[in-house]
Design a protein around this ligand. Structure first.
Ligand code: SF4
Length: 78
């Protein structure tokens, strides 16, 4: 199932950082983030529409490196 409502953008320097990947996997309450075997970030597409817009991922990452877009609202960032 493709996501209809939510799109997540993560800057490459965050997605490739094992410590940041672990942090994002830890904070998201609906498991949108996971850590791959090589330590990098894996965004679980099938969970995207479970996003509760809590901003925990945005607050856990350096400013501007994680963006949550509401596709049902013209792609407006959270
Ligand atoms: S806003 Fe909350 S629920 Fe949505 S991806 Fe970020 S941490 Fe997960």
């Amino acid at each position: 199932m493709s996501n209809l409502f939510i799109e997540v953008e993560v800057a490459p320097e965050v997605a490739s950082d094992p410590a940041m990947a672990a942090k994002l996997a830890e904070v998201c309450p609906v498991d949108i983030y996971a850590q791959s075997k090589d330590g990098t970030l894996n965004v679980i597409e099938e969970n995207l529409d479970e996003c509760v817009l809590c901003r925990l991922c945005i607050d856990a990452a350096p400013a501007g490196t994680v963006t949550i877009r509401r596709l049902y609202d013209g792609g407006a960032p959270l």
